[in-house]
Ligand binder design. Sequence first.
Ligand SMILES: NC(=O)c1ccc[n+]([C@@H]2O[C@H](COP(=O)([O-])OP(=O)(O)OC[C@H]3O[C@@H](n4cnc5c(N)ncnc54)[C@H](OP(=O)(O)O)[C@@H]3O)[C@@H](O)[C@H]2O)c1
Length: 284
Amino acid sequence: MLLVTGASGTVGSAVLAEVIRAGVPHRALFRSEQDAAKAPAGTEVAIADFADPLSLKRAFAGIDSLFLVCSPIPQLVELESNVIEAAGDRRRIVLNSALGAGDYPKSFPSWHRRVEDRLRAAGNPYCILRPNSFMQNVLAFYAPSIRAEGAFYSALGEAKICYVDVRDIAAVAVQALRGLHDGETYELHGPEGLSCAEVAAKIEKNAGIPARYVDIPEEAQRQAMLAQGMPEWQVTALLELQEYYTGGKGGEPDGTLERLLGRAPRALDALLQEHAAEFRRAKG
Ligand SMILES: NC(=O)c1ccc[n+]([C@@H]2O[C@H](COP(=O)([O-])OP(=O)(O)OC[C@H]3O[C@@H](n4cnc5c(N)ncnc54)[C@H](OP(=O)(O)O)[C@@H]3O)[C@@H](O)[C@H]2O)c1
């Protein structure tokens, strides 16, 4: 029996969908009753909080393998460590980490690295997935300002990113949950390195609307994010993560994901076609 944590989130919901497609007995962990009530039919649910070890113990009854993901918050190390602790040393843990956990001592990747080290030391069967930036970020972060102004803004300059579709991460996660990748750590890149200008061109092509990338100084991006109400720690972590890419990392596909999937990873063009309407301004 598999357990999918973070089932209300971007990656966890994709893993849950993939587990259901694979027809594997499973349970999904939600933090709130409201989210649990929206679970797909046929999915057994558990309500638990990573901050509450007793709730985790209950959620883990009868579970052999679990997918572990948490929001990118400063408490991530402590919360995911609680899960590893509560899981005991027999259950397989497939950890959603992040690209850069191997070599970048800053920002989100450095937090994930601390959890990775904890997991490796715990003695459980494990697999660690280090995804590159999610393609779904393009929808979440860029669509609103493209709808409003036909443009999106950042200090990424010419940096290239191999965006990866979370559904491909989920496909590898389910293989790992079934024990096919014990002891492995994989960096998961999408199929092509794309600059922001290239992403804008793809949005134009697939959504049929004008879309521009505007490069701005890092300080202007910091002030814009703070003005939107983002907490300082998050602004700093996001800007430090950008520096990983502007420093020349994360822009080269390496074939690992294709080898694991046995097919080409999903391309950004395909995702943009599926979600073209999200970039268009509502009429009326
Ligand atoms: N975005 C990227 O491009 C990218 C790339 C590589 C790696 N990552 C990593 O991937 C993770 C983000 O994944 P995501 O986009 O799926 O995040 P998400 O949509 O924010 O989902 C996070 C999930 O964690 C759950 N969660 C948070 N705190 C919890 C707690 N105390 N107890 C139980 N559940 C809790 C959330 O539940 P609630 O709904 O109840 O809050 C939610 O289901 C982060 O660790 C990030 O660093 C992201």
